[in-house]
Write a protein that binds this ligand. Sequence first.
Ligand code: SF4
Length: 235
Amino acid sequence: MTTAQEEDTRRLRDLAERAGRELEEASAPEILQWAARTFGRRFCVTSSMEDAVVAHLASRAMPGVDVVFLDTGYHFEETIGTRDAVEAVMDVNVLTVTPARTVAEQDAEHGPALHDRDPDLCCFLRKVEPLERGLRDFDAWATGLRRDESPSRADTPVVAWDDKRRKVKISPIARWTQDDVDAYVTEHGVLTNPLLTDGYASIGCAPCTRRVLEGEDARAGRWAGRGKTECGLHG
Ligand code: SF4
């Protein structure tokens, strides 16, 4: 890394740490207005297309905001349909990022159903590495992480330094509850994935996602029975 790059990294890290303290009590629109002001086109949103809440909030702060979507090749058709609808009707620019290899090429190299045998490697190849590429042109990215989703997300900061990617990571709805999300969706008519009304509380790739049972937390249906709770995008 050159001295100029090191300087830039230090500046972004300091900025993230200060904003994390100052914006802890700020509303989601305030956090996203700060992001739009601070980073301009170097800011993007990532979306799993479970719903378009953060994309909607961000598009109000910055019309035409870039929305990065990782098309793993294993999504439910409802998820791809939600991505298409978001692209068609919202004031955002959807950037679809694909893994280096198709599912067929991955099967040829690693054997079929890698998600059953080594889900960490599968997530790395189909999510983690593509995200690094998808975020290459940005200094800051916003996610839809919420503290109430699962114990592993209970300490999610609203703004933090993402040391792995050397970028500012923003979670504008970290303090929201599911009720807050539902109220925002209803009030603004925000697009949601139809699977949310079919028993799925958190939606990832089809082979690794099941409906949740009564009393389970929202992410209990992800990699159920495989001892895995996160894909590596947020670890
Ligand atoms: Fe592979 Fe499952 Fe991870 Fe999707 S969620 S990338 S199918 S292991």
